[in-house]
Ligand binder design. Structure first.
Ligand code: 2AM
Ligand code: CA
Length: 277
């Protein structure tokens, strides 16, 4: 395939089929998983043979579909793109859940062309739920079109986030921020898979998701799901640096401004005085 735009729509069913095959492997291993096999890249940073093999299965399958496309993945070294196309992959998002026998984990596959997201897939192997979106074509949960929630008042909003697990320097400030969100919103959830949190914002179940220090592979696919379902995704200052900038706020749009206002104090602490690094 040349660097001209391949039709992502034409590749959609083949992409989904590669992801489902990798997901079948992950689900089968989940059912028999032994915690003693967990390894650590660093403190608090677990990985398993399932993360590694699932990623290999995805790369083997997806590299056939757009030859020359690059790969940014969690478990292996990145491969540069030769034609502007790039896969951004987390083979298991929610590894801590996976290793503890909690079925809330997902495969996250984003497809970008010249750094713009063109397609996003978040697949939950347990239950076989495929969230998918293509730029300009809407977002879907299996066959059902997705739409963000209509809730416009923070006191009724269900907000998801994560806690710091590395670079712990800001954890107390983060907890203060979460307390402020608890005061302002209906409730706060911490599910452990950012990709599924974003899918749930797209589906209108959650109203807001925000997190600090995530990687591109955690959020690339899910961000497009939210946008294609009618929502808004920004960094903590309302800008566009949410895939590589380690700050993400995704909402139904109505609640974006009040959420950014709640984040203002934390942002000023972490990125003084000229804004983000
Ligand atoms: P991961 O499972 O792919 O690592 C949860 O808030 C998000 O943080 C998930 O997307 C999760 O992705 C990421 N994360 C990375 N390391 C983590 C850890 N040690 N504990 C919890 N979440 C972690
Ligand atoms: Ca992962």
């Amino acid at each position: 395939m040349s660097s001209s735009l391949p039709s992502v729509a034409a590749l959609d069913s083949e992409i989904q089929s590669v992801i489902r095959t990798a997901g079948d492997f992950a689900r089968q291993e989940f059912e028999v998983f032994n915690f003693d096999t967990v390894e650590y890249k660093a403190e608090n940073d677990p990985f398993t043979y399932v993360d590694v093999r699932t990623e290999e299965l995805l790369k083997e399958g997806l590299s056939q579909l757009i030859p020359g496309a690059g790969f940014t993945t969690e478990e292996a070294k990145s491969q540069a793109t030769k034609n502007g196309w790039e896969w951004i992959i987390d083979p298991i998002d929610g590894t801590s859940n996976f290793t503890h026998g909690i079925p809330h984990f997902s495969i996250s596959v984003g497809l970008a062309y010249q750094k713009k997201m063109m397609a996003g897939y978040v697949f939950q192997p347990v239950g076989e739920v495929m969230y998918h979106a293509q730029k300009g074509q809407g977002a879907w949960e299996n066959e059902r079109p997705l739409r963000i929630s209509p809730r416009a008042d923070l006191p009724y909003a269900l907000v998801a986030t994560g806690f710091p697990y590395s670079d712990m320097g800001w954890r107390r400030e983060w907890v203060d921020l979460v307390v402020n969100v608890l005061d302002a919103a209906h409730g706060v959830r911490r599910f452990g898979s950012a990709a599924l949190d974003l899918a749930n914002v797209a589906a209108g179940r959650l109203d807001v998701f925000f997190e600090f220090n995530l990687k591109s592979w955690d959020v690339a696919a899910g961000s497009l799901l939210v946008q294609e379902a009618g929502g808004l995704v920004t960094d903590f200052q309302g800008g566009n640096d949410y895939i590589y900038g380690r700050q993400i706020v995704a909402s139904n749009g109505h609640l974006h401004a009040p959420m950014l206002a709640l984040l203002e104090h934390f942002t000023a602490l972490v990125f003084p005085p000229t804004g983000k690094s």
